[in-house]
Design a protein around this ligand. Structure first.
Ligand code: PLP
Length: 386
């Protein structure tokens, strides 16, 4: 389906709302029936009826159709957060005693689920270095129900061969789930490579303005319908109409923002790669990236997030660099208009900082919508103050 069509027209029926260009925020918890029979039909098929907004809502439905089309999937659900989408995707596919194979270092709240919540139900997780397909083959047990992927990882950009993992899993009757937040559907479509469930944090590129938390989960109609009737309705973690409307608005400018961020990211990567204060730059579309060939093969492009390793003798130099930035902000998350950094050492107790550790000297940078030169000048002056 054509990208411009999806973003500007798909699922919009303006005659239903006074020919308004922007769809209405249908801020209603419930919907009326004229006859008992209509109500009976709604109870029997809530997946296709507006009955109660914990289930379906017209504003959310417009967003769902657009997001599913962007993923190339049959359907999707939109959650109140990316973490809620992860929770639903995993929970629907396991029972007590099952086993999960996950890529190592997935998103923090996926790790919490695997390490702290699921073990209460005797569900165990084996983490593997997902860069090598044989690691998945070796980790599969008779009770393995899910292979959980995140490609690229949002700190070191480690990539899995999505097509190969999907084929392996399908042969063993295992469900594959992939966190696609880094790429967004514009730069990677895991569903079309054979992945069963694709999720992304809508907080990042889809929202795009650092004002909404949301999550997207796409897959086959059959799988999405199953999740709708179980986890989605039961946990009640669906997105609210106003937030769905903000995401529809975010979608209007998604391709333009991604294009701009991509150009800026390449300029910033080039600047960083030649700066004497930089030991190494990690970015999946750099020719020096160890999995560059695979990245080129399964991703259309890369942008936004990159990680660099500072040459620093002590933690004070790193802290001085971060605190000297005048425009780039220090904050979690990414995908918005504003450029951000997170120094890895902010998660390390100060007395444990080890200057010999490459990881401790890592800084993750997100390039937002500012001018490339504005960001580069800010980085340059902060390097000078280290
Ligand atoms: C932010 C993020 C999530 C979680 O999304 P929330 O909307 O914050 O709940 C999941 N995966 C990755 C890679 C993320 O960056």
């Amino acid at each position: 389906m054509n990208l411009s069509y999806i973003i500007n027209e798909l699922a919009e029926d303006r005659a239903q709302y006074f020919n308004a260009i922007a769809p209405p925020i249908m801020q209603s918890s419930n919907f009326v029936f004229d006859t008992v029979d209509d109500m009976r039909k709604a109870f029997a098929d809530e997946y296709s009826t507006f009955l109660y907004s914990r289930g379906k809502n017209p504003t959310v439905d417009i967003l769902r159709k657009k997001l599913a089309a962007l993923d190339g999937a049959e359907d999707c659900l939109v959650f109140n957060s990316g973490a809620a989408a992860i929770f639903a995707a995993v929970l629907v596919n396991v029972k007590a005693g099952d086993h999960i194979v996950s890529v190592e270092k997935p998103y923090t709240w996926a790790q919490k689920l695997f390490n702290e919540i699921l073990p209460r139900f005797n569900i165990t997780t084996t983490y593997v270095d997902g860069r090598y397909i044989e690691n998945f083959e070796r980790a599969i047990l008779p009770d393995t129900k899910i292979i959980y992927l995140e490609s690229p990882n949002s700190w070191d950009y480690a990539i899995q061969d999505l097509k190969a993992v999907a084929e392996l899993a399908r042969a063993e009757n295992i469900i594959t789930i992939c966190d696609n937040s880094y790429c967004s559907p514009l730069y990677q479509q895991p569903y079309l490579l054979g992945i069963d469930l694709v999720l992304q944090s809508g907080t990042k590129y889809i929202g795009g303005h650092s004002d909404t938390v949301a999550g997207v989960l796409s897959g086959s109609r059959k799988m999405i319908e199953k999740i709708f009737y179980l986890e989605y309705l039961n946990i009640g973690s669906g997105i609210q109409p106003f937030n769905a409307w903000l995401l529809i608005r975010g979608l209007r400018s998604l391709p333009a923002r991604m294009e701009r961020i991509t150009q800026t990211t390449y300029a910033v990567v080039e600047f960083l790669q030649q700066h004497p204060r930089i030991e190494k730059v990690l970015f999946p579309f750099s020719e020096s990236f160890p999995q560059y060939e695979l990245a080129k093969q399964q991703m259309k492009n890369a942008c936004g997030l990159l990680t660099f390793v500072l040459k620093a003798e002590n933690i004070d130099e790193i802290e001085r660099f971060c605190e000297s930035l005048e425009h780039i902000l220090m904050a979690v998350s990414w995908g918005g208009h504003e450029s951000l950094i997170i120094p890895k050492c902010s998660g390390v107790p100060k007395e444990n900082f080890n200057p010999a550790s490459e990881e401790h000297r890592m800084v993750r940078l997100y390039c937002g919508l500012e001018d490339a030169s504005y960001l580069i000048n800010d980085l340059r002056q902060a390097f000078d103050k280290m």
